[in-house]
Ligand binder design. Structure first.
Ligand code: WT7
Length: 649
């Protein structure tokens, strides 16, 4: 095998005690899944889940692609994450919180139980939240965010977390789409040593709409002065005191939705990805164990925000279901200096560290030698997620952070997959920089053409998952047709629609899978996923804009940045157009959607049927030679004009 030399072998000491200790063990599991798919999953479901009533069927495919797992089984996810651990882990730290200013709080499983029960009672008794109601969370990274998630799970309410970087308008849209009953938020929190506000965004969202909201529950984190709407707004810190810490959990069905999480697609407005209870929690727990190999007194730190799927699965649900200690951090890893993250690893003896390539690049750039100043010997596994990692960042992470002894798990997955799909296993997989390697046992991926034909080694194709898996998306909230079309509408294999991820990938002779990136109109800025259609719709709100096209452009730190081409309406001159467009993007979507480049062009490259040739625009943004055939364009001369403008800009 030609790649053998460039492979990094797992640490043999570590492998000895790993959940999956070798590639033989990996293949033994994967072959078991290939031979008896349902039997494979039944084994783990029976071993891992605390069933309150047994299921009758492992996988029901009768209404494909609306798959059901563990039909009629009963469970409660908050029991899976808390109650069942109380017998032997009551005094173990469940959540290790570190605030922006260095304040540390260790919350044991017993305390977590009390706080979640109280919050569940508060939601149920004071606000009448019941099974199936939607609860929107607009929260900073504080333990109350986790309490709220688990309290919802306990009473069967469906949480929908909106990332704190989204604007009031975006928050309002998500509240309305989900028809949520209550919003849980905080006055604000701390970032880079200073208080900031969040609740004002909720006020603005509810001023704009969101009629379904009956109450706003406000956690006081920084006690900054905020506006208060009498009758609508309620103080969590006061109300929680009188709640009982006993709230029996609701008996939930395997397929009852656990949460919604809005994410961007290639068309239209963000979609509410709906996840299930049993299948989701099973895979969250199994992947936390297999991929991060958490056990014993491990301290697991995932740096994501709870507003993203990574925070759902690998800060809250997976680690707590696995009974480990999960770290939650309010601040940013470069404050007060670029050693903050490494100081935290040292102080808390963190064993697994999971972050995004964009953060690794920032930490590398701002403090190449910082890791050497701290004792990082507790680290065993390093993880990355969200975008491809470049070899330079990988090497620094491996050598300087991991001291060449930690496995790097480059985990490929999506909001829709609920948990990891393709990733190395730290005790088994020989790894190579920038490569996500193999599908996990039980997961069947294939690289296909649009016609459903398997690609040969070395040939890029469409990354598909050809069998349903327990933690897969169940639906798009309120829009089953869109669910079918978005995920099962593009690729069919042997006549059967299969899940297409939107990513391209390529496998080598040895089966190592490398992710090539999105092949649809979705861009990934610092790990934040955005649809070009969504950004274009926001730009069109400017009434001097006639036409707009948005593409992603490679960026050293962010991975991709937003590059916008606009054509102004005839007779319109707008000197301040760039600022205005960025203001619009901040208002309509959030600061994360601001563009790095906005250029005004005389026209867009379109085919005779009117389709914008984005490939050409992507090449121009990158200052690449145009190699595509432009003779089919309605006006080929426009390409030169755009190139000239882009070069001057
Ligand atoms: C998209 C999903 C899954 C949690 C974070 C993002 C890209 C994700 C990798 C990786 C290359 C990756 C893909 C995917 N992506 N992980 N290890 N290597 N690309 O979740 O917002 O749903 O975005 O992120 O393009 O489709 P998301």
């Amino acid at each position: 095998m030609s790649t053998e030399k460039s492979l990094y072998q797992p640490n043999p000491e570590f492998a000895k005690n790993a959940y999956i200790p070798s590639m033989d063990a990996y293949w033994e599991l994967q072959n078991r899944a290939i031979e008896d798919y349902e039997g494979f999953w039944k084994g783990f479901a029976d071993e891992k889940i605390d069933w309150l009533a047994p299921y009758d069927k492992v996988l029901d495919e009768s209404n494909a692609p609306f798959y059901e797992w563990f039909t009629n089984g009963k469970l409660n996810v908050s029991n899976q994450c808390i109650d069942r651990h109380l017998a032997d882990k009551a005094d173990k730290t469940a959540i290790l919180f570190e605030g922006d200013r260095g304040d540390v709080e260790k919350i044991t499983y017993a305390q977590l139980s009390q706080r979640v029960n109280k919050m569940a009672n508060l939601l149920k008794n004071e606000f009448g939240v019941t099974k199936g109601d939607r609860v929107v969370l607009y929260m900073p990274m504080i333990p109350e965010a986790a309490y709220a998630m688990l309290a919802c799970a306990r009473i069967g309410a469906v949480h929908s977390i909106v990332f704190g970087g989204f604007s009031a308008e975006a928050l309002k849209d998500r509240i309305e789409d989900a028809q949520a009953k209550i919003v849980i938020t905080a006055d604000g929190a701390y970032r880079k040593g200073k208080p900031y506000l969040l609740k004002n965004v909720v006020d603005d969202a509810l001023f704009r709409g969101g009629e379904s909201i009956e109450a706003v529950l406000v956690v006081k984190r920084n006690n900054e002065p905020i506006e208060w709407v009498e009758g609508r707004d309620h103080n969590y810190n006061e109300l929680i005191r009188s709640q009982s810490d006993v709230c029996p959990f609701e008996i939930m069905d395997s397929e009852d939705p656990l949460f919604l999480l809005y994410t961007s697609g290639s068309t239209g407005k963000p979609k509410g990805v709906q996840h299930s209870s049993a299948g989701f929690i099973l895979w969250a727990q199994m992947t936390t164990e297999w991929v991060f190999d958490v056990k014993g007194d491990d301290i697991f730190w995932c740096t994501a925000d709870v507003g993203w799927i990574t925070g759902h699965t690998y800060i809250v649900y997976g680690p707590l279901a696995a009974g480990t200690t999960t770290v939650m951090f309010e601040g940013v890893p470069i404050y007060p200096d670029a050693g903050r993250a490494w100081k935290m690893v040292q102080d808390h003896k963190i064993t697994q560290f999971y972050t995004a390539p964009t953060a690794i690049r920032v930490l590398h750039k701002m403090g190449k030698d910082e890791p050497k100043k701290y004792d990082l010997s507790s680290l065993k596994v390093l993880g990355t997620v969200g975008e491809p990692i470049d070899p330079a960042a990988w090497k620094w992470y491996y050598e300087t952070v991991g001291n060449s002894k930690c496995a790097i798990v480059d985990t490929w997955w999506q909001t829709e997959t609920g948990g990891h799909i393709i990733t190395p296993l730290p005790g088994a997989t020989p790894i190579k920089p920038g490569c996500a390697t193999f599908a996990l046992p039980g997961i069947m991926t294939e690289i296909l053409s649009y016609e459903g034909i398997s690609k040969e080694a070395g040939e890029p194709g469409l990354l598909c998952i050809t069998k349903p898996w327990p933690s897969m998306i169940r639906n798009i909230w309120g829009d089953p047709e869109r669910y079918k079309k978005a995920y099962f509408g593009d690729v069919a294999k042997d006549g059967k629609p299969v899940y297409f991820s939107g990513d391209g990938a390529v496998a080598d002779e040895a089966g190592y899978i490398t992710i090539v990136g999105r092949v649809d109109d979705v861009i990934n800025v610092s790990g934040h996923r955005m649809g070009t259609a969504e950004i274009e719709a926001a730009v069109k709100e400017d009434n001097s804009v006639a036409e707009v096209a948005v593409v992603g452009c490679p960026h050293d730190i962010k991975g991709e940045s937003i590059f916008i081409y606009i054509v102004l309406k005839e007779g319109h001159i707008n000197a301040d157009i760039k600022n205005h467009i960025n203001e619009l993007l901040a208002t309509e979507i959030g600061n994360i959607a601001k563009a790095d480049h906005i250029i005004e062009v005389p026209g867009l490259p379109k085919t005779r049927s009117g389709k914008i040739m984005r490939r050409i625009l992507r090449s121009i943004a990158k200052h690449e030679e145009i190699t595509q055939d432009i003779s089919t364009l309605e006006d080929p001369s426009i390409v030169k004009q755009i190139e000239t403008t882009a070069r001057e800009a």
